[in-house]
Design a protein around this ligand. Structure first.
Ligand code: FEO
Length: 395
């Protein structure tokens, strides 16, 4: 058996990227990332998606290893973000007769990004192309993660080529399917990927999940991370929870601090919470934390506490940045508490209150605000603040 084959006639021809440090120039990649592409080799051959162009030559070698000199009849473009599409131009030079398959929005983007407007085949919801014994059907999944996104279904193999949906950060270490590797190391990377990349689009993801459930796939081939077979229920559950913005019980306590006073408040509040049985609690100093990890846990847990000093008449920038990231993802609800500090004129606590109003988040307790330095005199209001959080947490 060819080592690229994951199911009869279906091959993995993607690549690992262990050198890019920031996905989209934004999000850290401590464990790398994979750009997955698949070949369905039947009487006709279809390639599903490509890879980031810096890795194009590896994709082409993988294809050649799999099908030798056979031509590729179709390139199916499920998603146009360049981590999957930027090898299209080079692919077209190698396979000039390839038909590029996409929906109307895909084809507009291919023209816009790569100047290609010939040799294309437009498909609509439910359209099918036959490869011989296998067929490919196309279902639109707009905003998972761009407006042109679609998924491709091979009914004969029970296999869904899902684009970014069900993807994770993290390169795949030798194994391709989830039975060939340890899936547990991907769950946190899946949440981080979701929060950073797809987090704004909970509604569209829910619609896509409904379509996927109707298909009942036994293999899910995403564009990032392992191919899912045994773990499909767990994968669907994670995506379902995240896209419903349904946090599990737990507290993210994220704070900024210039000289340690607000940090001491944070430490005190965390200890007070833990002593009341509130947990798990995860704390982040926002000047040093990886924002993608903080965002991941904001999606994971149902309670968020933010602490910040006043800075230039506003919220200390690392804390303001976190709030901006959350607002951009339209997170509809979190149990939210906040505290802060100031030297001569308070603004951070007021600013975080305005954030809560904009988000239409109901505060879970009154905020607390400290003037100048932390001392034992602050213990009482930290304790009252923790009482308010703990009260909500017990409900
Ligand atoms: Fe992996 Fe939205 O691209």
């Amino acid at each position: 058996m060819n080592i690229t084959e994951i199911l009869p006639g279906i091959h993995y021809v993607g690549v690992n990227d262990r050198t890019t440090t920031r996905f989209e120039g934004l999000w850290s990649l401590p464990h790398g990332v994979s750009y997955n592409a698949y070949l369905v080799a039947d009487e006709k051959v279809a390639l599903i998606d490509t890879v980031e162009e810096a890795f194009g030559s590896r994709l082409f070698e993988n294809i050649r290893e799999t099908i030798g000199d056979r031509p590729i009849d179709y390139l199916v473009v499920n998603h146009m973000e360049p981590d999957h599409s930027s090898s299209i131009r080079a692919l077209r030079l190698l396979y000039p007769d390839i038909r590029i398959v996409g929906n109307v929005k895909t084809l507009q983007m291919i023209q816009g990004f790569y100047g290609i407007d010939t040799g294309t085949l437009e498909v609509k919801e439910g359209d099918t192309i036959s490869l011989g014994a296998k067929t490919l059907s196309f279902y639109m999944a707009p905003m998972v993660h761009w407006p042109e996104t679609m998924v491709t279904w091979c009914a004969e193999a029970g296999t869904l080529f899902s684009g970014d949906a069900f993807g994770t950060f993290g390169a795949i270490d030798g194994g391709i399917t989830d039975s060939q590797l340890d899936p547990s190391r991907y769950w946190d990377e899946m949440r981080r990927y979701y929060a950073c990349i797809v987090g704004k689009y909970g509604g569209p993801v829910q619609k896509a999940l409904a379509k996927v459930r109707g298909l009942n796939p036994t293999t899910i081939c995403s564009t990032h991370g392992p191919v899912w077979q045994r773990q499909i229920p767990q994968v669907m559950d994670i995506y379902d929870r995240l896209s419903r913005y349904e946090g599990e019980p737990g507290v993210v306590l994220a704070y900024g601090s210039m000289y340690g006073n607000t940090e001491q408040m944070a430490e005190r509040i965390a200890r007070e919470l833990a002593s009341r049985g509130v947990g798990p609690i995860v704390m982040y100093n926002l000047s040093f934390a990886d924002e993608s990890v903080v965002l991941r846990d904001v999606f994971r847990y149902d309670t968020l506490i933010v602490g910040a000093p006043t800075y230039n008449g506003g919220i200390y920038p690392p804390a303001a940045r976190l709030l901006d990231l959350i607002a951009a993802r339209c997170v509809p609800q979190r149990n939210f508490g906040w505290f802060g500090s100031f030297c001569w004129a308070g603004a951070a606590v007021r600013g975080m209150g305005e954030f809560a109003q904009r988000m239409k988040w109901e505060p879970i307790c009154d905020p607390v605000e400290m003037k100048q330095g932390f001392s034992s005199g602050c213990h009482n209001f930290c304790s009252r603040f923790a009482d308010g959080i703990a009260e909500r947490f017990r409900r």
